[in-house]
Design a protein around this ligand. Sequence first.
Ligand code: NAD
Ligand code: MN
Length: 359
Amino acid sequence: MRIYRIAAIPGDGIGAEVVAAGVETLAACARRDGGFDLAFDHFDWGSERYKKTGAFMPDNGRDLIKSHDAILFGSAGAPDVPDHVTLWGLRLAICQPFDQYANVRPTRILPGIVSPLRHVAGPELDWVIVRENTEGEYAGIGGRVHRGLPEEVATDVSVFTRAGVARIMRFAFALARTRPRRLLTVVTKSNAQRHGMVLWDEIASEVAAEFPDVTWDKMLVDAMTMRMTLKPQSLDTIVATNLHADILSDLAAALAGSLGIAPTANLNPERKFPSMFEPIHGSAFDIMGKGIANPIGTFWSGVLLLEHLGEKPAAARLMRAIERVTADKALHTPDLGGKAGTVDVTRAVCEALAGDNRE
Ligand code: NAD
Ligand code: MN
């Protein structure tokens, strides 16, 4: 039997609650499948460790997880640690060196979930946002001089490389091709940003020639927010820069009903390094320890993890179990207007898995 090694990194805040629920659900999924097993290693990396030792993870941290088949991540961020320190100290410290350049964020309105878009029926919103995850506006290049003085200067330089843009573009076209509508929207701001964004446009045209069976169009990011809100049916697969897709995917999560549901995969498509799966929400300190964190975003990230491992039937079974549970309003957590707790939702998904007789 194939045994996959999974590194579980709960991180901060409700990360611990949702990752515990995710591990339980994935284990139930493996039991139900019978064809594979998952061995979890747990890592206590996060802000508590940083406050005690000055580092979010040990010096050899990446060596400890580089041979795992996948990483399940919770959240990084604490009220008493600056967010940019946490982000670069933990999440980006894994994503960047592991070259997880494709950040994939599926968005759908799941059964039983009410979208704030009153005019949109559930099936009309079915997107995958592909975010460039290693360069662009979050390349980390820049600096500050003359601190505190009136002439202080701060710069963040966006970096777009031909190799970086071409590989994410190819990934997005290839993904669009696997979806029924074969439709890709390339998002930029190439009217105002006339260097890097124009390079995106040029490379999009070049790569499009390799995918004659994919229909594609271009949008400026500001107009894109309107199209997502007013004509969600007109979109399918979307590719955008690190910053633009970061913002658009929070909008997408809200339009699909709750931040607590939305999943993401940080993929190294060449599989030289492990890929990382996480809910898109943060540490949610306002609800930490109350047992009401919505674990669905983590479960759906588990579906993406199983798909990445090639366990397609198990992934489909977990997605069916999630949808059976969201369809039942008695199993909604407070972020969805319900009264259920993390444990209730987790138990219900595990029961739905056990009771699913389809192969
Ligand atoms: P957040 O996602 O933590 O919370 C925003 C709101 O959504 C809160 O009201 C919260 O209660 C609610 N919420 C989020 N997830 C939920 C869930 N699973 N169930 C129910 N309700 C949920 O965003 P924030 O408040 O902007 O950030 C808090 C901290 O998390 C910050 O330190 C931030 O840097 C960090 N953060 C980390 C990540 C990450 O690790 N990927 C992502 C976003 C934010
Ligand atoms: Mn974000």
